[in-house]
Design a binder for this molecule. Structure first.
Ligand SMILES: O=c1[nH]cnc2c1ncn2[C@H]1C[C@H](O)[C@@H](CO)O1
Ligand SMILES: [Zn+2]
Length: 384
């Protein structure tokens, strides 16, 4: 019999637990201090604050608008300072280091190369700079005792018309650090089928892609992403809840689309705090991830934009532990789900699960078991 560890993990255990992150934007995760330094060095004078703590708060509050469109406006400042090779290398390296220090062992970090061309870089130079930064960050993390592997996802902006070009770029770099493709940006009015040529190209190339869908717009967006475009995963996908009915007696019935998503094991890249900010969910307790996890959808936990949401993988798990009483077993379930859904080869995913994730959780659980015996024998000595 496998034991179910009932304890609520502490913040320290959550941080030390191995975590896997599939949905994190490079331009949504800069350190506030880095933005300020890069802005000074580059003569960018439009930052709303020039002191790191205040700038961090400004991003969070500005992103707290309840609207995806207003949330996205804040990226003008981060993209503005990510236009040179040096800036991109630095931001990518710091991203890998910050994730590793937070206990993330595998991450797929996305960005839109087309948003980093203003100072004259080519698309290829952008990809190479970010790759160099990720490799540098992995090295720095290893030197300070953390292990992380970071793959890049290339995003095309859904309001623009460069998706095929970016898909070709992702394909060209698939053996050099880029593990897949994505589309992002305002969802309403920009359905995924606008970029069908890019998705069809990637399918012909046997390549992988995820699509932001079912975040600000509902079921039609998810349906198109899966049934027209053939997405391997859904970015957010939170609105799949609109196709699930819970009756007063607690019985649950799934519509055809929700059943398809669950039965086909389509990974949902859920980002709770981001969803609260853009109005896709009202509170952590009411976030659909609770029900979706119970119903065995292939749910994963993600950060989306650590800067705009003032979050980290550990914080997202802390919020969920608080809202749903999750245990280390639940955390491991989400983490294994995420690793299974990654875009790297199957044998490498399996090795991460068996050699890194499971042993990491086993160690944390064994600490808990020893604490239990210590507490029990202490109290039996006292009472005996
Ligand atoms: O949650 C999101 N939904 C849609 N688009 C997003 C989200 N977070 C970030 N983006 C956009 C803004 C970034 O500039 C772009 C590439 O990372 O992706
Ligand atoms: Zn996103």
């Amino acid at each position: 019999m496998t034991s179910q560890i009932p304890s609520t993990p502490t913040a320290d255990q959550i941080r030390r637990a191995p975590k896997v992150l599939l949905h994190d934007h490079l331009d949504g995760g800069l350190r506030p201090g880095t933005i300020i330094e890069l802005a000074r060095a580059q003569g960018y004078d439009r930052l709303p604050e020039t002191e790191p703590d205040k700038l961090g708060i400004w991003f969070r509050e500005a992103a707290d608008s309840g609207s995806l469109e207003r949330y996205l406006e804040t990226f003008a400042h981060t993209c503005a300072v990510m236009q040179t090779r040096e800036a991109l290398v630095r931001v990518a390296a710091e991203c890998a280091v910050d994730l590793a220090e937070d206990g993330v062992v595998y991450a797929e970090v996305r960005y839109a190369p087309e948003q980093h061309l203003e100072a004259g870089l080519t698309l290829e130079e952008v990809v190479e700079a970010v790759n160099e930064g990720f490799r540098e960050g992995e090295r720095q993390a290893r030197a300070s005792g953390h292990r992380i592997r970071v793959g890049a996802l290339l995003t095309a902006m859904r309001h623009a018309a460069r998706a095929l070009e970016i898909a070709e770029l992702a394909n060209a770099y698939r053996d050099s650090g880029v593990v897949g493709f994505d589309i992002a940006g305002a969802e309403a009015g920009f359905p995924p089928t606008r970029h069908l040529d890019a998705f069809e190209y990637l399918k012909r190339e046997n390549n992988h892609f995820t699509i932001h869908a079912g975040e600000a717009f509902g079921l039609p967006s998810i349906w198109q992403a899966l049934q027209w475009c053939g997405a391997d995963r859904l970015g957010h996908g939170v609105r799949i809840i609109d196709d699930i009915e819970v009756a007063e007696d607690g019985s649950v019935s799934l519509g055809r689309l929700a059943a398809y998503v669950r039965d086909k094991r389509i990974p949902l890249e859920m980002c709770p705090t981001s969803n609260l900010q853009t109005g896709a969910a009202a509170s952590y307790k009411e976030h659909p991830i609770g029900l979706l996890r119970k119903l065995h959808f292939r749910t994963t936990v993600n950060t989306d934009n650590r800067l705009m949401s003032g979050t980290s993988m550990s914080k997202e798990f802390e919020f969920l532990v608080e809202a749903f009483d999750y245990t280390l077993d639940d955390m491991q379930w989400f983490t294994v789900n995420a690793m299974k859904s990654a875009f790297i080869p199957f044998d490498e995913r399996l090795a991460m699960i068996n050699e890194v994730i499971k042993p990491g959780y086993a160690e944390l659980k064994s600490e808990w078991l020893f604490q239990q015996t210590a507490t029990t024998s202490d109290s039996s000595r006292r009472t005996g």
